[in-house]
Ligand binder design. Sequence first.
Ligand code: MG
Length: 256
Amino acid sequence: MNSHFPKMATDDLDFQRTALFLDVDGTLLDFAATPDRVVVPDGLAATIARLEDLLGGALAIVTGRTLADLDRLFFPLRTRAAGVHGAELRFAPDEVAIEAQGAAPLPEGLWREFAAVTDAFPGALPENKRYSFTAHYRAAPQAAAPLRAALLSLLERQATGDFELTDALCAYEIKPSSVNKGEAVRRFLERPPFVGRRPMFVGDDASDEFGFRSVADRRGLAFAVGAARPEVDHVFADPATVRLWLERLAAQPAVS
Ligand SMILES: [Mg+2]
């Protein structure tokens, strides 16, 4: 019955010793033509809230989206979270997010160039997340290779700043090299209610590999979605399967 799910995580999960880290797009939510068109299925926010409760608060959403965007999507749910790949960190649901070490808003001049490069490809969409810039090309698949080359060339022309280009699914992103999801996971695990718990990370793309590595280093569990990635313990077929798995977890009675 549970053959599609990681046995350990569904059957023997110790909620008091586990910390759960969840990516959003491509993990909790199905992709849409543009990031603002994704749909949060009915019941998902309630499932996350229930899990957060079972885990004693040791649940964080770790996303490339901004926290403002995340909160809008899941309103009225507000969780512990890392936004823009960990540039924004919110350690308690009712706290204001802090800026991660090494995170700083990217230069306006770089944004103008980034937007111009991206806009040169019809259908591609530039997005300014302050700490990172993303070029979405889901609606312009033919732009994939030339857009990547153009953005790399833009980065090479930067005299200052330690930036890197990362490959997401149908998107490229420029962000500071020191900011990544693995670093965000590490920061959460340093403090209550995460400290001392075994981390589980669920994510789907290259930016999540930092998270996978971070939990693997701590004898945790890494779950990919859609396709295998290095160091993962299990691959979920798609976000719908992840949601089903979370619902099953949330339906378990809390161990007292
Ligand atoms: Mg994702």
